[in-house]
Design a protein around this ligand. Structure first.
Ligand SMILES: NC(=O)c1ccc[n+]([C@@H]2O[C@H](COP(=O)([O-])OP(=O)(O)OC[C@H]3O[C@@H](n4cnc5c(N)ncnc54)[C@H](OP(=O)(O)O)[C@@H]3O)[C@@H](O)[C@H]2O)c1
Length: 292
């Protein structure tokens, strides 16, 4: 599991690369005084202060490195423009410094792929950044990470039904399987990618431990937690009307997921043979469901 307060993807990647003992690791944070920064230093990671909005600090962080892992966090500001700016700033700096291999946590440009019919800003931004990296000739691999299993411990936690002794999962996927992975397992995949640049530079790879329907996710939760958990069978249209702040964004993400974007389960298992199934993940995190 991720450590308290540590960047989920970045922390996973930093730890996996450190464990592989092939590279020294430098981590960028806006606040080097946080306990999480100290925790990384205790592991032997060089932690330096920087900001993805500040070019000079990004250059200083990339200077002398063989490669870089980049994740941008849409959910901190909800701005597609800001996420694109941050990604392009790192791409330009990597180009200037001749970084040999960037692994970027990308996603599809849904707006472009759908001819403007569907907009998912946190995907579209990452898709634009992917395109930019490749257009300026940076040796980059994009990892398109499936929905985190960790979401089921927080935003997608089963909700008690108002009309009976059961719980529901409100994820508007219909009967189409949705790919998932524990974010803690992403680091080892990224580490394998850094070790095989000849196979992966210039490519986008979709990462997934497995794809289950929402009813199958509910079945695993029911079995492990000993509760009656069901798919709420909500449509994207009904989801949008719930009035939650990112309702439209998540409904559109699920509409896109329903088209089954390429997430390569076989490749993910080859790159990280220890990748966990949803059942394993939930069994190891039962403690997070105390209120259920
Ligand atoms: N949840 C999912 O299912 C899922 C699936 C696929 C992709 N994603 C994508 O994952 C991204 C979030 O990544 P995460 O889950 O690893 O988030 P997280 O755990 O909240 O970590 C975000 C990291 O970004 C760093 N950061 C944010 N703004 C920064 C800035 N201006 N300069 C330097 N560092 C900055 C933070 O570092 P400091 O605070 O220490 O500076 C922190 O380490 C989102 O864009 C989301 O779209 C999520």
């Amino acid at each position: 599991m991720r450590k308290e307060n540590e960047g989920a993807q970045g922390g996973s990647v930093a730890r996996a690369i450190l464990e592989s003992k092939k590279f020294a690791v430098r981590a960028l944070t806006r606040d080097v005084t946080k306990p999480k920064a100290q925790a990384l230093r205790d592991l032997g990671i060089e932690v330096i202060k920087g900001d993805l909005d500040d070019e000079a600090s990004v250059e200083a962080a990339l200077k002398g490195t063989y490669g870089a892992f980049l994740v941008t966090n849409f959910w901190e500001h909800f701005s597609k423009e800001k996420e694109v700016c941050q990604g392009k700033l790192v791409a330009d700096a990597a180009k200037r410094l001749g970084v040999k291999h960037v692994v970027f946590s990308g996603l599809e440009n849904v707006k472009r792929l759908s001819g403007g019919k569907l907009e998912v800003p946190h995907f579209d931004a990452k898709g634009e950044v992917e395109e930019y990296f490749w257009s300026i000739g940076v040796p980059m691999t994009s990892v398109r990470v499936a929905a985190y299993f960790e979401n089921f411990l927080t935003t997608w936690k089963p909700v008690k039904a108002s009309d009976g002794d059961y719980y529901t999962l409100a994820i508007p996927m219909g009967d189409v399987p949705m790919d998932g992975i524990s974010v803690a397992d992403v680091g080892a995949v990224v580490c394998s990618i850094f070790n095989s640049p000849e196979e992966f530079v210039g490519k986008a790879v979709g990462l997934s431990a497995e794809a289950l329907t929402i009813q199958q996710y509910a079945d695993v939760l029911s079995k492990v937690l000993g509760k009656d958990i069901r798919d709420a069978k909500m449509t994207p249209e009904a989801y949008e009307k719930l009035g939650i702040p990112v309702g439209k964004e998540i409904a559109n993400m699920c509409r896109f997921y329903q088209t089954r974007p390429d997430r390569d389960v076989k490749l993910t298992h080859r790159l990280n043979p220890k990748v966990k199934s949803f059942s394993q993940f939930i069994s190891e995190n039962k403690g997070a469901f105390k209120g259920v």
